[in-house]
Write a protein that binds this ligand. Structure first.
Ligand code: SF4
Ligand code: SF4
Length: 417
């Protein structure tokens, strides 16, 4: 399918991924440098499922990486703004109990799955029509705005609050003196982005197969596990909150992002943490632009290791927020979810969901034969099935995802401007 890979599986550079003698000394002398090198080596040398059937892995190196003091004002402010989230320290100290205590404060903001009539139809010429004749969702206003009836968007989230005390788990670990947040942006491989850009709507076979074989989330979990175990072997407390049972509660349901996508529903607000840690700044499409661009998958680790903060960007990376000179992600969206007319400008998450579904419908209607031919024996892959829309006997092309707002735009792989 793609022969533009910089290296084949066998030619990929070798680098050590195990801790050698002297690792402790190297780590203590320069913890940020040690961990940055470890993550890059791990990404470069990862073999296995993530490369099949394409001659390149899903992710590229070097990764974007930032370190920050998890007790700093930036992180505490996120908790003040979204009281149902956990602070990095809470994640490290006794997260299930704290989460059980704060879950009742989660917002009543569940955005319903769009009904069939609320999914735009994309014609072969790319023209978008909404079956109901007009965009079905009410105008979106950000938090604090007035006059918006959210009833039409969603219904109450969750069931009744827990009536019992949460079970007493194991005793909490000792209170760490320091809490450091390590935020990583794993860049999607340029060859996959190139394939994505060549598809009119929906996703390319490259992205679908990589994701279904587990690259998208599975490899991110691998990376975070590797870092967590490395830190633990070096004598530090470490956790990857987003990939615990309590932290991953909402990660599969991106309709749970709330009426505004900047309102995190997860107890571990990864994007907000990434901005607080200095990994990047918000893009108009509500994803984070890092020094490796916006086409990155985020990973977050909280540790007791004392690591100097990397500092935060001093300018807005998104050209719209910097000087109004870019809106290129707006027309890329099949759901018309991104708009500069929103208050604040950004993305409406329910329309994002509708857009992803519209893209799948477009692929199934107009590109089915092409995709099945390109996918060959992988057309019915069902490796690491974590998303709906596919399964045994279902072609991979039904896999629901999007991400067109971060492909083929000025901020895809770099800081724009
Ligand atoms: S495409 Fe342009 S407007 Fe959209 S997030 Fe990137 S820099 Fe901002
Ligand atoms: S992921 Fe797709 S549907 Fe969602 S905002 Fe981006 S382009 Fe639109």
């Amino acid at each position: 399918v793609n022969s533009s890979s910089p290296w084949s599986i066998d030619e990929r550079p070798e680098a050590p991924t195990r801790l050698g003698y002297g690792a402790m000394g190297t780590f203590r002398a320069n913890p940020a440098g040690f961990l940055t090198e470890a993550v890059n080596n791990y990404v470069l040398t990862a073999h296995g499922n993530w490369s099949v059937p394409f001659q390149h892995p899903f992710f590229a190196a070097p990764v974007a990486i930032a370190f920050a003091d998890g007790d700093s004002e930036e992180f505490l402010d996120i908790k003040k703004k979204y009281p149902w989230t956990l602070t990095p320290r809470e994640c490290l100290e006794n997260p299930p109990r704290v989460h059980a205590e704060t879950v009742t404060r989660q917002p009543k903001s569940r955005v319903d799955m769009p009904a069939a009539g609320h999914i735009p139809l994309i014609g072969e010429d790319g023209h978008l029509t909404w079956p109901t004749g007009e965009p079905p969702l009410p105008p979106w206003k950000g938090p604090g705005s007035t006059g918006v009836d959210r009833g039409a968007i969603g219904e109450s989230y969750g069931g009744p609050p827990p009536s019992k005390e949460p079970p007493a788990g194991p005793p909490p670990p000792p209170r760490p003196e320091r809490v450091t947040v390590m935020s990583i942006g794993l860049p999607i491989h340029p060859a996959t982005l190139e394939a994505e850009a060549s598809y009119p709507w929906g996703n390319s076979p490259e992205l679908k197969v990589h994701s279904l074989l587990g690259a998208h989330l599975g490899f991110t979990i691998d990376v975070t596990n590797y870092v967590v175990k490395t830190l633990q072997m070096l004598g530090c407390l470490a956790i990857s909150p987003y990939h615990t049972t309590w932290g991953s509660e909402f990660q599969m349901d991106f309709q749970y992002e709330g009426p505004t996508s900047r309102q995190p529903i997860s107890p571990c607000p990864e994007r907000d943490w990434a901005v607080a840690a200095g990994l990047g700044t918000w893009g108009l499409s509500d994803m984070i632009i890092t020094e490796r661009g916006m086409a990155v998958i985020l990973a977050s680790i909280v540790t007791s290791a004392e690591i100097p903060a990397s500092g935060r960007p001093t300018t807005e990376y998104c050209l719209f927020f910097r000087d109004g000179s870019c809106r290129e992600c707006v027309p890329r969206c099949p759901g018309q979810a991104i708009s500069t007319d929103l208050d604040p400008p950004g993305r409406l998450s329910a329309r994002c969901e509708a857009g992803a579904r519209a893209g799948v419908m477009f692929n199934e209607t107009y590109l089915k034969e092409r995709m099945l031919t390109e996918l060959g024996e992988y057309a019915f892959s069902s490796g690491n099935l974590i998303w709906e829309g596919s399964g045994l006997g279902m072609p991979v092309i039904s896999f629901l995802a999007c991400g067109r707002c971060y492909t083929d735009v000025p901020c895809s792989t770099r800081i724009p401007g």
